[in-house]
Design a protein around this ligand. Structure first.
Ligand SMILES: CC(=O)N[C@H]1[C@@H](OP(=O)(O)OP(=O)(O)OC[C@H]2O[C@@H](n3ccc(=O)[nH]c3=O)[C@H](O)[C@@H]2O)O[C@H](CO)[C@@H](O)[C@@H]1O[C@H](C)C(=O)N[C@@H](C)C(=O)N[C@H](CCC(=O)O)C(=O)O
Ligand SMILES: Nc1ncnc2c1ncn2[C@@H]1O[C@H](COP(=O)(O)OP(=O)(O)OP(=O)(O)O)[C@@H](O)[C@H]1O
Length: 505
């Protein structure tokens, strides 16, 4: 890695002053230390670090710990009784990205940055455009692109499973810096509504900003108070976007197109005749999904090997992004054909083909509706068993929505644990069960996901599709305040399909 240019404390103060974020004008500082580290985690502080005091659960003790580890100044909305200089700001969340931007030397300016927002399909679209860009990069001998998604992160240096969709600005800028220093030129990332609302992506400009779709979700005391707040947060992406790609098939399209005027230019996609990137002729051919796309540069057939008719929407988004980036259509074709998204619509079947198990990440109304519509179309005549749950103490409307939708389409439902956190699983399952019952669908409450998957697979007698939703490839469950390691739904599914094959000759 290249040595980062380091700035003095006075330059950070100047940067905050220029941004109008200093609360009381520039503070007096004795000396002007070179800033050698930037963090909001006291455990990561070393000599010469500028420490950021932020967070609902922040404690003055963290600052004291930072001081003892060598912090040379702190940025905060509140002054504390410590011996290092305080840079007082009006809004610490807004200040953070400016500090990170300076510390990591504006790395995003050197990247083709693609930001994707929407209620559903962000990860899948990110991996679709990644496959396209990477095929193109392979042909021109460039580096494979970086990705920041809720599945995993790859930035040229770090490769890890994600635990958050869009990281805080300090981590985000560090990923950008790694990518640039690794010779990477494209980076695709998911932009959550929480990230937009809480300034995690402030100060950066997306070369391409994508708006996929919107549906009621993430409404709870700890996320968004109502749908309007959720939509408004997502619409913020346009004011920091050079070219917007907008799905004309999305709900609320009037408000979305109005807000898209804040972007430099707009390219539309979807199935409407007026879409710039227009998808048509969508059909199944065996397991493949075939569709056509017409635009002013080509009119061409594409193939998606990944199941799920709704994935055509994500594919159209990826084609629109590639169109804006001037990537030749042959790479759009090859990339999409081979593209996969881990833990999304992963298909497994028994040797006798009686069991078809799909591990998917659907966990809200929009994705459930699309998943069942698609399953009915793609697996006509099969019995449907669904295995799912809901998280504890958040997004409460999911219990009604998922219970109702799954109850309407399934022949049997197993209600299982899905990040219950601090709420008893039985409470959550009972809440969901009332909506399942209202649809006259039989159900059973089995807390352990592995046990439910095993039962569904091993007891299959007739052609069945088993939908295992909500956790995908995740290897942790939130119990209480902790994340507990566990096998993923993919691992369970593989294990029990093998067992089924062994016991069914
Ligand atoms: C734990 C938690 O709830 N965090 C939320 C909270 O962050 P916060 O800054 O107030 O966090 P906190 O834990 O109270 O802060 C404590 C502070 O003390 C510091 N600390 C702590 C311990 C220590 O020893 N030393 C120390 O310095 C910590 O580093 C931290 O800075 O407030 C922030 C905004 O005000 C939220 O973004 C953030 O959401 C967490 C990260 C989260 O997981 N949120 C979810 C809902 C989320 O963001 N999800 C979206 C996807 C959903 C979507 O599509 O919208 C995502 O992008 O992942
Ligand atoms: N365009 C789409 N419209 C509706 N549902 C979709 C779409 N794309 C994917 N899905 C469904 O949503 C699930 C999650 O997909 P994906 O991870 O790509 O979305 P996401 O926006 O990243 O989700 P999250 O915010 O929950 O991480 C998939 O497993 C699938 O069931």
């Amino acid at each position: 890695m290249k040595e980062l240019k380091q700035y003095h404390l006075s330059e950070y103060i100047q940067c905050l002053e220029d941004s109008g974020l200093l609360a009381k004008g520039a503070p007096e500082i004795l000396g002007d230390p070179l800033i050698k580290g930037l963090t909001y985690n006291s455990k990561e502080v070393s000599e010469g670090t500028l420490f950021i005091c932020k967070g609902a659960a922040f404690k003055a003790d963290y600052l004291r710990e930072a001081c003892s580890r060598g912090a040379c100044a702190y940025v905060s909305q509140t002054a504390y009784d410590v011996d290092i200089p305080c840079i007082l700001v009006a809004d610490i969340r807004r200040a953070m990205p400016y500090l990170a931007d300076l510390y990591f030397c504006r790395p995003w300016e050197e990247l083709n940055l693609i930001g994707i927002t929407g209620t559903k399909g962000k990860s899948t679209t990110a991996y679709y455009i990644k496959a396209i860009i990477d095929d193109y990069m392979a042909a021109v001998r460039g580096r494979e692109s970086a990705v920041i998604s809720s599945i995993d992160v790859y930035d040229g240096v770090v490769k890890k499973e994600s635990h958050i969709t869009t990281p805080e600005s300090v981590e985000l800028m560090e990923h950008f810096r790694h990518a640039v220093d690794s010779g990477i030129t494209y980076l695709e990332m998911e932009v959550s509504s929480q990230a937009l609302k809480y300034d995690r992506v402030d100060g950066i400009t997306f070369d391409v900003g994508v708006f996929l779709n919107i549906s009621e979700d993430h409404i709870s005391p700890i996320e968004h108070p109502d749908f309007n707040d959720y939509l408004e947060a997502k619409l913020r992406i346009f004011s920091q976007t050079k070219t917007a790609c907008v799905n004309l098939d999305s709900d609320e399209i009037g408000r979305i197109m109005e807000a898209a005027k804040n972007a430099g230019s707009v390219v539309t996609f979807g199935t409407k005749p007026e879409a710039d990137i227009r998808g048509y002729g969508i059909r199944k051919d065996g397991m493949d999904t075939i569709f056509h796309v017409a635009c002013d540069r080509f009119d061409q057939e594409f193939i998606l090997e990944m199941p799920g008719l709704f994935n055509v929407e994500n594919a159209l988004a990826a084609i629109a992004i590639a169109y804006v980036l001037d990537i030749p259509v042959e790479y759009m074709y090859s990339g999409l054909k081979r593209a996969r998204s881990s833990g999304r619509m992963e298909l497994y079947h028994s040797r006798d083909h009686k069991v078809v198990a799909i591990v998917d990440y659907a966990h809200n109304k929009l994705s459930f509706e699309k998943l069942f519509e698609s399953t009915l179309e793609e697996y006509k005549g099969r019995k449907i068993i669904t295995i799912f749950g809901c998280p504890g103490k958040k997004a409460y409307i999911r219990r009604r929505d998922l219970g109702t939708v799954a109850g309407k389409y399934s022949d049997m439902i197993y209600l299982v644990a899905e990040d219950p956190g601090e709420e008893p699983v039985e409470n959550i399952s009972r809440d969901i069960a009332q909506y399942v019952q209202a649809q006259n669908c039989p159900y059973e409450m089995i807390e352990d996901r592995g046990e439910a998957i095993k039962k569904a697979i091993l007891e299959t007698k007739e052609p069945t599709v088993i939908l295992i939703t909500g956790k995908g490839n995740e290897t942790r469950q939130k119990y209480g305040r902790e994340y507990v390691d566990c096998p993923s739904d993919v691992a369970y599914t593989k294990e029990f399909i093998e067992e089924y094959d062994r016991t069914h000759g």
